[in-house]
Design a protein around this ligand. Structure first.
Ligand SMILES: NC(=O)c1ccc[n+]([C@@H]2O[C@H](COP(=O)([O-])OP(=O)(O)OC[C@H]3O[C@@H](n4cnc5c(N)ncnc54)[C@H](O)[C@@H]3O)[C@@H](O)[C@H]2O)c1
Length: 291
């Protein structure tokens, strides 16, 4: 099947990056969000990120303006009904995602493929609530989308081979690399990454080290490009907590229990970079550790 028009739901950190890479690869993109503000910010950010790519000679000016003309936004979810592929990238909450698919379904073409960029929620369960579980799968981009090479493709129990191959072809056209993952809590990347981040937060909580010493230890001692607390702020602490809860609930093992300090930061609204404060305070010229 041919995929030319792509609908993206959610214009946050991930949605804007996904719109960016699809537009550069020549797809027509229709982006929606419940917040008009998020849509306006996403378009402005895509413009700035494309300009940066031009200044680094990664694309030329003509490719940038062609990409910008391929991106349209709408506040109305059901406008996405005419697209060939939907990528849902809204807030990591199952009820929100379910409601989006429920509202979309009556407006979709019969062969539209539905996907979710969820970091952890069961693809099989999301699919089972739709009219097309065989045309439903996980399409998991990494953050920041224009830079990160990997896309995890996740088969739900009912996903058919044609749908999987079609999505694999899309990843190839984006110039990225896909891996296949089975549908178990948090898939591959976050099954491994998030317990490490949670452990770093426990290390802080138990007073083993400060924010600075934990991040420096992993950067210089394990050759990680970013420290785990810096990375948690980058991902979003609400998203980290949501993923840990999915691991804890889905695998029923206490080794996945979210650190109480992570919960406290989220309760404070200190969600990391996106709210200007998390394990670091980003309101000044340089990030300052908050503990
Ligand atoms: N942040 C990461 O590093 C990362 C990486 C991979 C995957 N993800 C996944 O991507 C998804 C989005 O994460 P994010 O970091 O972009 O979050 P975000 O908070 O930056 O953005 C979420 C957006 O969804 C919008 N939204 C909420 N409800 C909506 C609805 N009903 N309809 C349309 N839009 C709605 C919000 O207004 C917001 O703009 C989540 O499922 C997350 O798990 C995140």
């Amino acid at each position: 099947m041919t995929i030319e028009r792509v609908g993206i739901v959610g214009a946050g950190q991930m949605g804007n990056g996904i719109a960016h890479v699809f537009a550069v690869a020549g797809y027509d993109v229709l982006l929606t969000d419940v917040s008009q503000d998020a849509l306006d910010r996403a378009v402005a950010l895509i413009d700035r990120n494309l300009t940066r790519q031009v200044s680094r000679d990664l694309i030329d000016e003509a490719a940038k303006s062609a990409a910008m003309t391929r991106i349209r936004t709408t506040p109305t979810l059901t406008d996405l009904g005419k697209t060939d592929l939907i990528i849902e990238a809204a807030t990591e909450r199952e009820t929100i995602k379910q409601a989006i698919f429920e509202d979309l379904i009556p407006h979709l073409k019969p062969d539209t493929i539905l996907t979710s960029n969820t970091s952890s929620i069961s693809i099989t369960r999301l699919a089972s609530r739709t009219d097309r579980p065989e045309k439903f799968m996980g399409f998991h981009f990494m953050n920041p989308v224009p830079i990160m090479q990997l896309v995890e493709l996740i088969r739900g129990i009912a996903t058919d081979e044609t749908t999987f191959r079609a999505c694999e072809g899309v990843v190839e056209r984006l110039g990225k690399t896909s891996t296949a993952s089975e549908d178990f809590p948090a898939f591959i990347v976050n099954r491994i990454l998030m317990p490490m981040i949670n452990e770093a937060i426990y290390t802080l909580y138990e007073g083993v080290g400060s924010v600075q010493s934990i991040d420096t230890s992993l950067k210089l001692g394990a050759n990680h490009p970013m420290g785990p607390l810096e990375l948690a702020d980058f991902i979003g602490l609400d998203t980290c907590l949501a993923i840990m809860n999915v691991l804890h609930d889905g695998l029923a093992d206490t080794k996945y229990r979210p650190c109480p300090l992570l919960t406290k930061y989220v309760e404070a609204g200190w969600l990391g970079r996106k709210s200007q404060r998390g394990f670091y305070d980003y309101r000044g010229d340089a990030p300052v550790p908050t503990r």
